[in-house]
Design a protein around this ligand. Structure first.
Ligand code: AMP
Ligand code: MG
Length: 533
């Protein structure tokens, strides 16, 4: 918040709902049903029986220009538990469709997410506030509209961790325990248990997904599709011009798609940089703004394995594994292109943007990998060095985050075996043969560094700005969840704080940067996650 701006009380928030005035909606009953002709359905959140505030993001309070003391009020808790509405809130769930695991799945929609309204700050920012886990909507299909504490905590923590890493993401304002139980069969294997329920308040300029456009295309609602695309461009991409007053709206639509491709490419490069695996990259989980959205069975690479997927549902096909993310993002963009084709009527610009995705991704990925290695720029021949680096990482179980962080300290005198030891998981893999490969690689890497000519301190500082020391390792989140399920929320606070400065050394907090302990290797929540949340 701008220091000259007076912090606000909760009741001072300026909350609007321009989308509800401009897009066709639905005021039907809150029953599971198809909603043709509608972009959203009005629906009230369900009240939580006995809510408690578990955590709040100080940075999100600040972004909303709220006084931090607001978070300690009863009104804040009640609002973000779903028990009361503020002036200007007009709660609604969005209608969207999606391709799930490569198949068109028809209408999906916000089955347990409810938009409350858009906060417009004095600084001109727009934040849609959305409750996740506050009950059923017309889009709940067979499910209950609720969320459990473990998944809500994972979403709350990871949204903020991602933001502090500098990666585009939806945000999280608050995490509230509802005081009610929610039944889940975590691994769909006939072992349901009652878990504590929770509600997260998410925030983003918009939660629109590829699936919001696909559903109207699938229904042949070209007019609605156009209204939605025009609205999206006018509000979220105003620099492209307003197609509604243009002589050539199709050109603006095409430029918009090109920008969506570009943002998506940049987002995936960021994920690859920090070892993030989304886990369910269905088209309904792809943000039109290029944000990371819908934190479900996501995970962070520990040992470098491009085929690793955190999602047990994906274990056989590995469609959503780490290394497939660029390809899947492009596949999803193809579905979006198909959906908006009727507005443009010419495949060429769409095709060019899809090809642009591949070239932009490759270019950015190469530059990113060069920066991870501490090179001042990617040069011809570096492709081979990068490939060899990744091959080396895969040869023995090597923690990706630790490897790159430690590499920053590889000056001319360092002994690489001693330096990199904390990154290796299994001692018995460290054979003489492996060390021959390592020594060869180090020789080659050092030669490249000396050609680059940057002094050691400058290189280390640059590497430490792109190679985080602290990421939300799967087991760290699980330890915090285990404690929270017993009513101890201290670890949530600590994790939130550690993840605030992921690129900094944080003396005394080295444990949070250490490789995954062996007990977590096969534990549910640490190495295996399901969509059940
Ligand atoms: P996801 O895989 O979490 O992105 O969810 C896919 C679809 O299922 C979305 O339309 C969600 O809104 C819906 N969904 C997931 N969990 C629930 C739930 N507990 N209750 C209602 N709808 C849900
Ligand atoms: Mg989703």
């Amino acid at each position: 918040m701008d220091a000259t701006v007076r912090p606000l009380d909760l009741f001072d928030l300026d909350i609007r709902n321009p989308s509800l005035a401009e897009l066709p909606g639905d005021d039907g009953p809150n029953q599971v049903r198809q909603t043709p002709g509608a972009c959203f359905s009005r629906v009230l959140p369900r009240a939580a029986a006995s809510p408690t505030l578990i955590a709040v993001s100080a940075e999100m309070l600040d972004a909303l220009e709220l006084d931090p003391a607001v978070a300690r009020t009863r009104e804040f808790l009640e609002t973000f538990a779903g028990n009361r509405l503020l002036d200007g809130m007009d709660p609604h769930a969005a209608c969207y469709g999606g391709h799930q695991f490569g198949q068109w799945a028809g209408q999906l929609g916000d089955g347990r997410a409810i938009n409350l309204g858009e906060v417009v700050t004095r600084g001109g920012a727009r934040w849609m506030l959305q409750l996740k886990g506050a009950g059923k909507t017309p889009y709940s299909r067979m499910a209950d509209g609720l969320a459990v504490l473990r998944s809500s905590m994972r979403e709350f923590l990871c949204s903020e961790a991602m933001h502090h890493l500098g990666i585009p993401t939806t945000r999280a304002l608050s995490l509230v325990a509802t005081g009610e139980g929610v039944v889940r069969d975590m691994f769909y294997d006939g072992h349901p248990r009652t878990e504590p329920g929770a509600v997260v308040c998410r925030a983003a300029p918009s939660f629109l997904r590829f699936g919001n456009y696909e559903i109207h295309a699938a229904r042949g609602e070209t007019d609605i599709l156009k209204t939605l695309v025009d609205y999206t461009i006018a509000t979220e991409f105003p620099h492209l011009g307003d197609p509604r007053g243009s002589d050539d709206p199709a050109a603006i639509h095409a430029a918009w798609f090109e920008e969506v491709c570009r943002r998506t490419a940049d987002l995936v490069v960021d994920w690859m940089r920090v070892g993030f695996v989304h886990g369910v990259l269905n088209t309904d989980n792809m943000s039109i703004l290029g944000l990371t959205i819908d934190y479900g069975p996501y995970g962070w690479l520990e040992d470098y394995d491009p085929r690793w997927t955190p999602n047990t549902t994906d274990a056989s096909g590995r469609r959503y594994c780490f290394g497939n993310q660029p390809r899947i993002a492009l596949w999803n963009l193809n579905q979006l292109a198909n959906a908006i084709y009727p507005l443009i009527g010419n495949p060429e610009p769409l095709q060019a943007s899809l090809e642009g995705f591949a070239s932009r991704f490759n270019e950015r990925w190469q530059a990113m990998m060069a920066s991870k290695l501490g090179l001042s720029a990617f040069e011809d021949g570096d492709g081979e060095l990068i490939e060899e680096t990744l091959r080396l990482l895969g040869m023995v179980e090597t923690d990706m985050t630790l490897f790159f962080r430690l590499l920053a300290d590889l000056d001319d005198d360092a002994d690489p075996r001693a330096l990199l030891a904390p990154a290796w998981y299994l001692e018995d893999q460290l054979t003489d043969e492996y060390f021959v490969h390592l020594d060869d690689w180090v020789k080659r890497y050092r030669a490249r560094l000396s050609r680059d000519g940057r002094d050691h301190d400058a290189r280390r500082a640059a590497m430490n700005r792109v190679n985080p020391k602290y990421v939300l390792r799967n087991y760290l989140a699980q330890v915090a969840i285990d404690a929270a399920e017993k009513g101890d929320y201290a670890e949530v606070e600590t994790l939130l704080d550690v993840m605030r400065r992921p690129y900094d050394e944080q003396p005394g907090r080295e444990d949070y940067a250490a490789r995954r302990p062996e007990w977590a290797r096969h534990r549910a929540g640490c190495s295996m996650l399901s969509c059940s949340s």
